[in-house]
Design a protein around this ligand. Sequence first.
Ligand SMILES: [Zn+2]
Length: 78
Amino acid sequence: MTTSHIPKGSMCTSCSRGSSACADLRFHSMQPIQRYQDGTTAVKCVNHQAADATTPPMCLSCGARNHPLPDGSLPCGH
Ligand SMILES: [Zn+2]
C-alpha cells in the first residue's frame, strides 16, 4: 500500500509540530481538501498546530526552520 493521503503542504510549513509528530497520524481518516493527479489526496490535518508569528516556517525537504527570502526561496537551499 502506498501513501495516498498526505496533509496539505501549506499546512505543514506553518505547523509548529515537527514531521515526527505526524508519523503516527491516520491521514486517510481526515477531511479531504484536494485530489492530486497522481491519486494522492491532500487532507486537512487535524493535528495541525499553527506556529506563532515568530516561528519561521519549516522546510519540508530538510526540516530546517527559516524564513523565505524575498524571491520565495529558502535560505537552506530548498
Ligand atoms: Zn531545506
